[in-house]
Ligand binder design. Structure first.
Ligand code: FAD
Ligand code: SF4
Ligand code: SF4
Length: 498
């Protein structure tokens, strides 16, 4: 099987029993029962054995036929629950109706009224806990996996527009002479940039890394979100004359207050994310060979370490890699380690699979690619080998107790259950905090005890002319929530500068 050969994910393996041509030939609208009889369309995916050794996208996207059939499953609910569960309130039945009728350009136009990054959200939104969670079709069929695949349809039309038709550059109002500075080029910052620039204000994005895109670029791996899609969105903003200043760390290169006083910006948006990795503070965590998922993924994605030997970015490629954690970041790190050639990748999580915060789809993908899961255990310390690098890991077993403040059962250590395993690399993926740099250099900025910036309902911080949104406000959240906050702040900035 070659790398482009397709297979289908196993959750929806039943083939379509009604063909699109049969439906179109009838010429009469489908009845609800007939819609419910159309099987969920499976997403074509790369075969797990093949994709273990390449970085290409795993999900290959619907064909036109599949997209139209999937869209025909939608019951066009009068009070659609899916819209209420989408953080940016896309008119879901309307865009799906257009896909069913083959009007893909119209469909993308409807989506873009509320979501500027549909190719990205269609790929990475946790749809099963957002728009698809209460979908009527899923409810009737008794399985959220059988809900209308809203995200996949959104991805389909966004890809169709980018690849097969001409994308138009959003129109920009006449120049106002006002200047807005955006700190951070993740989804929050990119969203603010688009909305503020469209109002005719000059926009500069200051980004600490050498490439814009935030976690979309440096965190989420290529096999889930191809970088060319993020680059395409960044280039659209560049075509609108948004200025990107990379390698520019606000708080070091320039203080936030200097942007307002010395550089004459009329408003500032802070979208700096939550990029400071958490560690467990256990013995041996600073041994060579133990690193954060952030560092590991950044080296792989942003510095293209996976292109070895073409790129000579150093990255660990252990034979036996342990990944600590059970969230999406842990899955991304484990699956990247597989692709970088690790012989064994072990995922260590202290609760059970039922409590894992990662998307079910990502857990399934990781297992299909050979990641070995170990639940109800956690490392206690790391031990060096003769060369000073990590060589062993002492773990302890857990049992589950009463729910804790997160609502999940509390993991309780089983005394005396310690055991040791050999490892030659450890990737810690137990969450992120906010980087304190901007707060430390801007004392007037109010934050909560976790360092998240406090904002009002318009995204305004404790400082005049300064707004914030995304992970720096919410803690580690999602792409679409960051974008939603960006839209609110952009509207407030546009009102301020009107
Ligand atoms: P970020 O995307 O973090 O961008 C912030 C940017 O600000 C960065 O580029 C950073 O370099 C820059 N910056 C920071 N400090 C400064 C400074 N002082 N000066 C200049 N620039 C600065 N969410 C999903 O919805 N679905 C997923 O599948 C998903 N998977 C994820 C996988 C990984 C590995 C990670 C880490 C996160 C994932 N998330 C996912 C979460 C999601 O990516 C974030 O919620 C989202 O990117 C937050 O957007 P943001 O714009 O607030 O910040
Ligand atoms: Fe669903 Fe996300 Fe699209 Fe909203 S933006 S419809 S939550 S995939
Ligand atoms: Fe269609 Fe499901 Fe939304 Fe109803 S809830 S409009 S069936 S996508």
């Amino acid at each position: 099987m070659n790398s482009t050969e397709k297979t289908s994910e196993h959750k929806n393996s039943s083939p379509a029993t009604i063909s699109l041509s049969e439906i179109l030939a009838r010429g009469t609208p489908l009845k609800p029962k007939e819609r419910l009889n159309i099987p969920p369309q499976p997403m074509p995916v790369q075969d797990p054995v093949v994709r273990r050794s390449n970085m290409n996208e795993v999900a290959l996207g619907y064909t036109e036929k599949q997209a139209r059939l999937e869209a025909m499953r939608c019951l066009q609910c009068k009070n659609p629950p899916c819209v209420k569960d989408c953080p940016v309130r896309i008119n879901i039945p309307a865009f799906i109706r257009e896909i069913a009728e083959g009007n893909f350009a119209k469909a993308i136009e409807i989506i873009k009224k509320n979501n500027l990054l549909p190719a990205i959200c269609g790929r990475v939104c946790p749809q099963e806990i957002q728009c698809q969670l209460h979908c009527t079709v899923g409810k009737i069929l008794g399985d959220v996996d059988k809900a209308v695949s809203i995200g996949r349809l959104e991805r389909f039309v966004a890809d169709y527009e980018r690849e097969k038709s001409s994308c138009t550059i959003p129109s920009v109002s006449a120049e106002t002479g006002k200047k807005v500075a955006i700190i951070g080029s993740g989804p929050a910052g990119l969203t603010v940039a688009a909305d503020v620039r469209r109002a005719g204000h000059s926009v500069t994005i200051f980004e600490a890394f050498h490439k814009p895109g935030g976690v979309l670029m440096y965190g989420i791996p290529e096999f889930r979100l191809p970088k060319k899609i993020v680059e395409f969105e960044v280039n659209t903003l560049k075509s609108m004359n948004v200025i990107f200043q990379t390698n520019f760390v606000v708080g070091k290169t320039r203080k936030l207050t200097e942007l307002l006083t010395r550089d004459g910006y009329d408003a500032v948006f802070i979208g700096t994310g939550a990029g400071l990795p958490k560690f467990m503070n256990i013995p041996g965590e600073n041994l060579p060979g133990v690193l954060s998922a952030n560092e590991f993924l950044t080296r792989s994605n942003l510095m293209r370490a996976y292109e070895f030997p073409r790129a000579d970015t150093p990255i660990i490629k252990g034979n036996v890699v342990a990944v600590i954690g059970g969230g999406n970041v842990a899955m991304d790190a484990a699956r990247t380690a597989v692709r970088l050639g690790a012989k064994e990748v072990h995922l260590i999580y202290r609760r059970t699979e039922a409590e894992m915060p990662a998307r079910i789809e990502e857990v399934r993908n990781a297992k299909d690619e050979g990641v070995i899961f170990h639940v109800l255990q956690s490392p206690k310390r790391y031990l060096p080998g003769p060369d000073g690098r990590v060589a062993r890991m002492e773990c302890v077993r857990f049992t589950l107790g009463e729910p804790d403040e997160s609502g999940r059962p509390r993991p309780i250590e089983i005394p005396g259950s310690e055991f040791t395993v050999d490892v030659d690399a450890v990737i810690v993926a137990i969450g992120n905090d906010c980087n304190p740099l901007i707060k430390q250099t801007t004392p007037a900025l109010m934050t909560n005890k976790w360092g998240n910036i406090i904002i009002d309902q318009n995204g305004k911080t404790s400082m005049d002319k300064v707004y914030a949104g995304g992970d720096i406000v919410l803690g580690s959240a999602t792409v679409i929530l960051a974008m939603g906050q960006g839209r609110v702040a952009a509207e407030a900035i546009n009102n301020l500068l009107a």
